[in-house]
Ligand binder design. Structure first.
Ligand SMILES: Cc1cc2nc3c(=O)[nH]c(=O)nc-3n(C[C@H](O)[C@H](O)[C@H](O)COP(=O)(O)OP(=O)(O)OC[C@H]3O[C@@H](n4cnc5c(N)ncnc54)[C@H](O)[C@@H]3O)c2cc1C
Length: 499
């Protein structure tokens, strides 16, 4: 019997991000994974700009960018006729370093996250499956099947990051409302390709099928991701996903000669599920990522939303486990993230329809999927009970908005000030709250910066002070002379230091 603060079930991108968030705050954590080996399938092909900002905070964005591509174009064909190239749309803005997402296979994202986690002293426990659990008011007892036999773990909190078929969600009796679109299926997989240059995402439109065939190359491997609509044959049966099926459909739907698909390392049948959990918490157990929401892959949001669930939950769990914050802080995880899941289900269904319709008219393709909103930079928690604003801010950012990045006159960027596990307070010349007093009171849990007034353009009023949460959202906008409001806000998340 062992006693542990946090047990994470599942080592996909959600579980790994959460483990990193906890480990870098010195919270002891175990992360278990049922599979005996790390997955090698490409699955999600990209990190959206907001997830890159999360990875920036973890110090691994540059490595991920180097392993992926941001400038891959779409090359469209109608059968074997080349229609031309289309660039991915870039939604220019100055408040982020990452205007474009990066195309990178999910296994690579997981590999980089695992390496980060290892530097923090935590290793994924492979071949270890949660098979049962029970809980009391203050602890969870989890039964694990390991390569050595059964083990019972006592932990304060357990987080189910165990994917769409989540054992944790089902055992908690949490509803997963929605629908499965049995008629929207696709074969997906990874193959090597001879006869095409890996400088573009090749997409074949097809007069009957619409989305005929797609082959997306990756920079960090010689494998390409296959996607092609799966339709039943005359007997109503679906083919088995695999190299033979990929080759047959490629020949039928593209008519292209001189291209060979070989060495399939992953093959799967994907069906669109549009569902979400009606609760994210039951007592001491939480769910996150695909365990909490499933939707179309159009818009590329699944992995990204899971990563951002974990980013929201991590700092809150750490604050409660170190007795800095009241337990009720954990309820704000569901309060903040469940509406984001609802939004994600809607936008990905909308993007799916737009893509399908545009493919039918023959002029569309995957380049129609991304929007300003699928960058996830515009998501906010304005509706959250943690978002407080006690001074007028008619223009500019509101409490709950994502804190912007931007260049500072001294060569630093705003994100350089936020990076880390602390709260950040930004003030401008007219604000007279005392940095020294706040530092004395809260030590290194809070970092305060006085900015050049020019930087105020990114925020709003010069007279206000902006308190930014560890996950980069503005928690409080307060009058710059109102030190009490700032302390009252911070006292919810940390204990004052003895002076
Ligand atoms: C073809 C395809 C394309 C996609 N494209 C995109 C895209 O472009 N962008 C995007 O954001 N998303 C995309 N997705 C979705 C993305 O893959 C998922 O949203 C993502 O994997 C969710 O991560 P997760 O960590 O929540 O769950 P998962 O990745 O499913 O990880 C859950 C882990 O938990 C483990 N597990 C399950 N039960 C147990 C148990 N009882 N005990 C221990 N371990 C357990 C599983 O083995 C698994 O490793 C795509 C998916 C597919 C299939």
């Amino acid at each position: 019997m062992k006693h542990l603060p946090v047990l994470i079930i599942g080592a996909g991108p959600t579980g790994l991000t959460l483990a990193c968030e906890l480990a870098r705050r010195n919270i002891q954590v175990r992360i278990i994974e049922r599979s005996a080996e790390y997955p090698n399938g490409s699955r999600a092909k990209g990190l959206q700009p907001r997830s890159l900002e999360v990875m920036d905070d973890l110090g691994i964005a540059d490595e991920l960018l180097a392993a992926g591509s941001t400038d891959l174009i779409f090359r469209r064909y109608n059968g074997n006729t080349l229609l031309g190239d289309v660039k991915r749309e870039v939604f220019q803005r100055t408040d982020t370093r990452y205007v474009q997402g990066v195309i990178i296979p999910q296994w690579k994202v997981e590999e980089v996250l695992r390496a980060k986690l290892q530097t923090l002293g935590i290793k994924v426990e492979l071949g270890t499956e949660l098979i049962n659990f029970s809980q009391t008011d203050n602890q969870v007892s989890a039964v694990l099947k390991t390569t050595q036999g059964e083990e019972t773990v006592q932990c304060a909190y357990m987080i189910g990051c165990d994917g769409g078929k989540s054992t944790v969600r089902k055992a908690l009796g949490i509803n997963f409302e929605g629908e499965t679109h049995e008629d929207e299926r696709a074969f997906v997989g990874d193959v090597q390709v001879d006869g095409l240059t890996p400088d573009a995402w090749h997409i074949w439109l097809h007069p009957e099928v619409g989305f005929g065939f797609a082959l997306c190359p990756f920079k960090c491997t010689d494998s390409w991701q296959v996607q092609t609509i799966a339709l039943p044959d005359a007997d109503g049966k679906l083919a088995e996903p695999g190299l033979e099926t990929f080759r047959r459909l490629f020949a039928e739907r593209t008519g292209m000669e001189g291209v060979t698909l070989k060495n399939a390392t992953w093959a799967s049948l994907y069906r669109v599920n549009v569902r979400m959990a009606d609760r994210y918490r039951s007592g001491m157990v939480f769910i996150a990522g695909d365990a909490a929401h499933a939707h179309s892959i159009a818009g590329g949001l699944g992995m990204n939303t899971g990563i951002q669930d974990a980013y929201n939950l991590g700092w809150k769990l750490a604050a409660v486990l170190t007795e800095q914050a009241n337990e009720s802080l954990l309820d704000t995880y569901e309060e903040e993230r469940l509406p984001i899941a609802a939004w994600t289900l809607n936008i990905s269904s909308e993007r799916q329809k737009i893509m399908t319709d545009s493919l039918k008219t023959g002029d569309g393709g995957l380049h129609t999927i991304g929007t300003k909103d699928t960058t996830q930079l515009n998501l906010n928690y304005r509706y959250s009970s943690l978002s407080k604003q006690n001074n007028e801010q008619p223009d500019g950012l509101q409490a709950g908005d994502r804190a912007p990045d931007g260049q500072l006159p001294d060569g630093r960027r705003l994100f350089d000030l936020y990076r880390g596990t602390h709260f950040t307070i930004l003030k401008f010349a007219p604000a007279n709250v005392s940095i020294e007093r706040l530092s004395e009171r809260y030590g290194d849990q809070v970092k305060t910066f006085t900015l050049d007034n020019e930087a105020a353009a990114s925020f709003g009023s010069l007279a206000n002070v902006y308190v930014i949460r560890p996950d980069g959202y503005i928690g409080l906008i307060a009058n710059g002379t109102d030190e009490t409001a700032i302390s009252t806000y911070l006292d919810k998340f940390m204990i004052r230091q003895e002076v």
